[in-house]
Design a protein around this ligand. Structure first.
Ligand code: MGD
Ligand code: MGD
Ligand code: SF4
Ligand code: MO
Length: 673
C-alpha cells in the first residue's frame, strides 16, 4: 500500500482552509487536518472533511456533448470545438455574452474575460458576484475607493467589538466564526444583526438585533444618531481621514426611537449596541448576503461604511467594513476583470483602460463601454458561453431564466456535471476542476494561494484554461492565447494586474496561507490590512454618504401574507452540484426544507416533517416543514441548494437600481398544506 499526503486548499467556501489529501495508489481516499495552516490550524467544517468525494461521482462529464434532435450525444473535442468556433464567428459584440465562475482559477477567469474582450469585442462578461457582492462594490467604491475585505480573517481575533450584519458565519464561514469566538473569549462584545435567530445569533451573540428583514438602513441610522447623541464619534479620525461629515450629520434624522418603530428592535437595544461598537478600541464589521441581497443593497452597505467612519473603526488589523466573499475564487474572478465595468485589476471600463490592455495584449479595438449585467445578458444576448455557473438554480425567478436560455440562438456550458443549466445548452464541454489542474485563487481576505494538480480529470475532461485556449485558436487568435501552462498565464497576469505583481508561484509554494494582495513587488510581504495610511480615492479621504431607509420591493399583503427569505445551510454549497453528490453531507440534509415558526406552524396545522406548499407571485414549490424558533413569526426561510423544490422558483427578480442585485432576501409568500 502506497499512502501519500498532499497539502491543498478546500474547494468550498471563501475561508480557504488548508487540508491534506490522503492518496492511496494515486486515488484520493481521505482528508487529514493541516495543523500549520494559518486559516484553520487543523480544524475543518464538514464540507472540508469530505471535500474530495464529488470528484469521483459516476456522473462527472467525461466527453463533450452536442445537442441533436433534442437530445445530447457524445462528441470528440475536435468536433465540439469546431462547432462552437463556427457558431461564434461573426457574432456581433452586443449579441455575445460570457459568464465566468467563482470556482475557476484566476488564470482561467482571466482567459475568459480576455476571450470576451479580445475575440468577441465585448465587455459582456459577468459572474456570480452580481448576485453576491455587486452591492459591495457599488457601496464601497464611492466611499472608500475599494470594495474588498479590509482585514485578514486571522486578525479578527484582535477586535473587541464585532458587529455581524446579515451573515450567518457559523454555517457559511465557519473559520471566521472560530476567530469571533476566540475574540469573544478574550472579552469582545458580539452584536448580530439578523431577522433570524440562526446558528450565529444563537452561539455567538451578546446582543442580537432581530430586525424586520430589509430594515437595516433604519437600524444603522438609528445607531449613528445614538452615537452622535452620546458624543461618541471619533472626532480625530473624522477630521483627518474623511470628508462629508457635516452633510451626514444634517441628513441623519432617524432617532433610535424612530428606528425602533421601523425595525421592531427596542430603542434601548439599538443604543446599547451603538455604544458598545463606538466605545470599542477595535470595532469590526462583518457582513454578507443579508445586507447585499436587497433592492436597497447598495444603501445597506453604504450605511455600514458611515457607521465605521463615524467611529474610526477602519485601517487597523481587526477593524473595517468587511464584505465576506463566499466562493473559493469569489474575490479572484473579480480581480481578473470578469465584470461588465472592470478590466483586470479593477481598471474601470473606459477608453484609457482599453488602450492600456491593447498595449498589454497586442490587441486592437478593445471595448470602451460597459457591457450588460448578468440578467440583462441572458435576456439581450443571442449567444452565451457560460463557464462554471448554474443560473437556472442561482438566479432569481428561475422559470424566467429558463425561458431566456431556451430562446438563445446558441448556448455553450462548461461544467463538471450536467447541471440544471447545462440541460438547456447546445454544447456542453467537460472540465477538470480543483486538484485536477493547477492555478491560484484569491479567498475572502484577498489571500492568494495556489492549488496544485494532484490527480487526472475523468475521461476526456480538460482544464478550463486549455479549453479556452483551444477555442481561441480555432477562432484565429492562437497568438494571443498561446499558453502551454497556467504558469505562463499567471506571468501575463502579473504583468498587467499591479495588485498581483509581486506574487509568484514559487513564493506561494513556500508560504502556507499564501499572500494577501496588493503585493507590488517580489520582496513585498503582501497587505493583510487595507487603508492603513490612506484611502484609494482621488483625495485619499473616505467619504460619508447619507442614505435613507426604503422598504423592500414586495412586502406581505392579504394574498401573500408572509416574508420569504432564502440562503444557506452548513452542509450544502450553493446549487448543490458538489455537496448533493457527497453522501456524508447529503445524508445530513437530503432534501429541501422550510424553516417555519412554531406559531405559524400551529395555525397551518403542520409539524416538522409535514409537506407544505409555498407560493409567491412567481411560482410554487413543495417542501418539508422544519418547525423552529430560528425564524420569527411571519417569516419563512428556504435554502437554495436543491434541484427539486428550487427556492429561486419563488424569488423576486426586482433589482437594486444602482448595482442590479436581485432581492433574494425578501418577497411575499403564502403557505398551504
Ligand atoms: N455552507 C455554505 N457556506 C457558504 C456558501 C454555501 O452555499 N454554503 N456560500 C458561500 C457564498 S458564495 C456566500 S456569498 C456566503 C454567504 O453567506 P451568508 O450571507 O451568511 O449566507 P445566507 O444564508 O444567505 O445568510 C445571510 C444571513 O442574512 C440574514 N438576513 C436575511 N435578510 C436580512 C436582512 O434584511 N438584514 C439582515 N441584517 N440580515 C438578513 C439571514 O437570516 C441569514 O442568516 O456563504 C459562503 N459560504
Ligand atoms: N435564492 C438565492 N439565490 C442565490 C443566493 C441566495 O442567497 N439566495 N446567493 C447568490 C450567491 S451569493 C451566489 S455566489 C450565487 C452562486 O451561483 P453559482 O455560482 O451559479 O452557483 P454554483 O452552484 O456555485 O455554481 C458553480 C458551478 O460551477 C461548477 N464547477 C465547479 N468547479 C468547476 C470548475 O473548476 N470549472 C467549471 N467550469 N465549473 C466548475 C459547479 O458544478 C457548478 O455548476 O448564487 C446566488 N443565488
Ligand atoms: S470553512 Fe470553508 S474552506 Fe474551511 S473546510 Fe469548511 S467549507 Fe472548506
Ligand atoms: Mo456568493
Amino acid at each position: 500500500m502506497n499512502l501519500q499526503y498532499v497539502p491543498t486548499i478546500c474547494p468550498y467556501c471563501g475561508c480557504g482552509c488548508g487540508i491534506y489529501l490522503v492518496l492511496k495508489d494515486g486515488r484520493i481516499v481521505g482528508v487529514e487536518p493541516w495543523k500549520e495552516h494559518p486559516v484553520n490550524e487543523g480544524t475543518n467544517c464538514p464540507k472540508g472533511k469530505s471535500a474530495y468525494k464529488f470528484l469521483y461521482s459516476d456522473d462527472r462529464l467525461k466527453k463533450p456533448l452536442i445537442r441533436e434532435n433534442g437530445a445530447f450525444r457524445e462528441a470528440s473535442w475536435e468536433e465540439a470545438l469546431n462547432l462552437v468556433a463556427e457558431r461564434l464567428k461573426g457574432i456581433p459584440p452586443e449579441a455575445f455574452g460570457a459568464i465566468a465562475s467563482g470556482k475557476t482559477t484566476n488564470e482561467e477567469s482571466y482567459l475568459l474575460q480576455k476571450f470576451a474582450r479580445v475575440i468577441m469585442g465585448t465587455n459582456n462578461i459577468e459572474y456570480c458576484a452580481r448576485f453576491c457582492h455587486s452591492a459591495t462594490v457599488a457601496g464601497l467604491l464611492p466611499t472608500l475607493g475599494s470594495g474588498v475585505m479590509q482585514t485578514s480573517q486571522v486578525d479578527i481575533e484582535q477586535a473587541d467589538c464585532i458587529l455581524i450584519a446579515g451573515v450567518n458565519i457559523k454555517e457559511t464561514f465557519p473559520m471566521i466564526a472560530r476567530r469571533v469566538l476566540r475574540a469573544r473569549r478574550k472579552g469582545a462584545t458580539v452584536i448580530v444583526i439578523d431577522p433570524r435567530r440562526a446558528a450565529t445569533a444563537i452561539s455567538l451573540a451578546d446582543i442580537h438585533l432581530q430586525l424586520e428583514a430589509g430594515t437595516d438602513v433604519a437600524l444603522i441610522n438609528g445607531m449613528m444618531s445614538a452615537i452622535l447623541a452620546e458624543g461618541l464619534e471619533n472626532k480625530e479620525f473624522i477630521e483627518k481621514r474623511t470628508a462629508g461629515f457635516d452633510e451626514l450629520r444634517a441628513a441623519l434624522t432617524t432617532s433610535p426611537e424612530q428606528a425602533a418603530e421601523i425595525t421592531g428592535v427596542a430603542a434601548d437595544k439599538i443604543k446599547e449596541a451603538a455604544v458598545a461598537y463606538a466605545k470599542a478600541d477595535r470595532g469590526c464589521i462583518l457582513y454578507d448576503e443579508g445586507i447585499t441581497q436587497h433592492t436597497t443593497g447598495t444603501d445597506n452597505v453604504t450605511a455600514l461604511v458611515d457607521l465605521a467612519l463615524l467611529t474610526g473603526h477602519i485601517g487597523k488589523p481587526g477593524t473595517g467594513v468587511n464584505s465576506l466573499r463566499g466562493q473559493i475564487n469569489g474575490e479572484g474572478t473579480g480581480d481578473m476583470g470578469c465584470l461588465n465595468v472592470f478590466y483586470p485589476g479593477f481598471k474601470r471600463v473606459s477608453p484609457e483602460s482599453a488602450e492600456f490592455f491593447q498595449n498589454a495584449w497586442g490587441a486592437e479595438n478593445l471595448p470602451t463601454e460597459p457591457g450588460f449585467t448578468y440578467l440583462d445578458m441572458l435576456q439581450k444576448c443571442k449567444v452565451i458561453y457560460l463557464v462554471g455557473a448554474n443560473p437556472v438554480m442561482a438566479g432569481p425567478d428561475s422559470t424566467n431564466i429558463k425561458k431566456a436560455l431556451d430562446s438563445l440562438d446558441f448556448f455553450v456550458v462548461q461544467d463538471i456535471f450536467l447541471t440544471e443549466t447545462a440541460e438547456h445548452a447546445h454544447v456542453v464541454l467537460p472540465t477538470a476542476c480543483w486538484v485536477e489542474r493547477e492555478g491560484i485563487h484569491a479567498w475572502v481576505d484577498r489571500r492568494v494561494q495556489k492549488i496544485n494538480k494532484v490527480i487526472d480529470p475523468p475521461g476526456e475532461a480538460m482544464p478550463d484554461w486549455w479549453i479556452i485556449c483551444r477555442l481561441a485558436e480555432k477562432m484565429g487568435y492562437e497568438d494571443k492565447f498561446n499558453f502551454a501552462s497556467p504558469a505562463e498565464i499567471f506571468e501575463e497576469i502579473r504583468g498587467c494586474v499591479p495588485q498581483y505583481k509581486g506574487i509568484t508561484y514559487e513564493r506561494l509554494e513556500k508560504k502556507a496561507g499564501g499572500i494577501h494582495w496588493p503585493c507590488p513587488s517580489e520582496d513585498h510581504p503582501g497587505t493583510p490590512t487595507m487603508f492603513v495610511q490612506a484611502f484609494p480615492t482621488a483625495d485619499s479621504l473616505a467619504h460619508f454618504k447619507a442614505v435613507e431607509y426604503k422598504p423592500p420591493a414586495e412586502l406581505p399583503d392579504t394574498e401573500y401574507p408572509d416574508i420569504l427569505s432564502t440562503g444557506r445551510s452548513l452542509f450544502h454549497y450553493h446549487t448543490g452540484t458538489m455537496t448533493r453528490r457527497t453522501d456524508t453531507l447529503n445524508s445530513e440534509v437530503p432534501e429541501c426544507y422550510v424553516e417555519i415558526n412554531p406559531e405559524d406552524a400551529l395555525m397551518l396545522g403542520v409539524r416538522s416533517g409535514s409537506r407544505i406548499v409555498l407560493e409567491t407571485r412567481r411560482g410554487r414549490i413543495e417542501v418539508i416543514a422544519r418547525v423552529t424558533e430560528r425564524v420569527p413569526q411571519g417569516t419563512v426561510f428556504v435554502p437554495f441548494h436543491f434541484s427539486e423544490s428550487c427556492a429561486n422558483v419563488l424569488t423576486n427578480p426586482a433589482l437594486d437600481p444602482t448595482c442590479k442585485m436581485p432581492e433574494f432576501k425578501v418577497c411575499a409568500v403564502k403557505e398551504e398544506v
